[in-house]
Write a protein of this length. Structure first.
Length: 173
């Protein structure tokens, strides 16, 4: 049995994960439009992953007999000045998601709600991985540079990351 405050915060998190998915799908579309196929594939995969994060939360709420509510979504931004700016936005967004997870952990710990606290551990680890992932992409972009053929090599690097991710997912199934 969850408290109303926990239910409300988990519902907010569900909607934030859906927004994350929409944001990355929109960014994937922007990359495809700019002929950055590697980035487009990578971000499309990532949009799918965000929906799996949402479903994990949805299932948890439903298992406890709580009511999950899907909000109307704010439209994600559609235009970016550069690939660097786009990945900086992603990194900033992931840091925001981490702060929301941290707030939820704090709330579950304070109530205390040990089942939710335990459930949220997966998200704590996942957010660490996501921040690390996007920070490493930004580091690569800085290292390679976007001048001249740089953007081509960055896209190829990110295409490799997407291919590795597909292999990992296939191996897990
Ligand atoms: Fe997520
Ligand atoms: Fe994420």
């Amino acid at each position: 049995m969850l408290s109303q405050q926990i239910i409300d915060c988990l519902n907010q998190q569900i909607n934030l994960e859906i927004y994350s998915s929409h944001l990355y799908l929109q960014m994937s579309s922007w990359c495809a439009y700019k002929s950055l196929e590697g980035c487009a594939t990578f971000l499309s995969q990532h949009a799918d992953e965000e929906m799996t994060h949402m479903r994990r939360l949805l299932n948890y709420l439903q298992e406890t007999g709580a009511f999950a509510v899907i909000d109307g979504m704010q439209a994600p931004p559609t235009d970016f000045n550069s690939l660097t700016e786009m990945f900086e936005k992603i990194y900033g967004h992931e840091k925001l998601v981490t702060s929301k997870i941290n707030n939820l952990v704090h709330l579950a710990n304070t109530e205390p709600d040990y089942a939710t606290l335990q459930f949220l551990q997966w998200y704590v680890a996942e957010q660490h991985q996501e921040e690390f992932l996007f920070k490493s992409i930004l580091d690569k972009i800085k290292l390679i540079g976007t001048e001249g053929q740089g953007i081509f090599f960055i896209d190829r690097e990110i295409a490799n990351m997407a291919a590795n991710r597909t292999q990992e997912t296939t191996a897990m199934n």
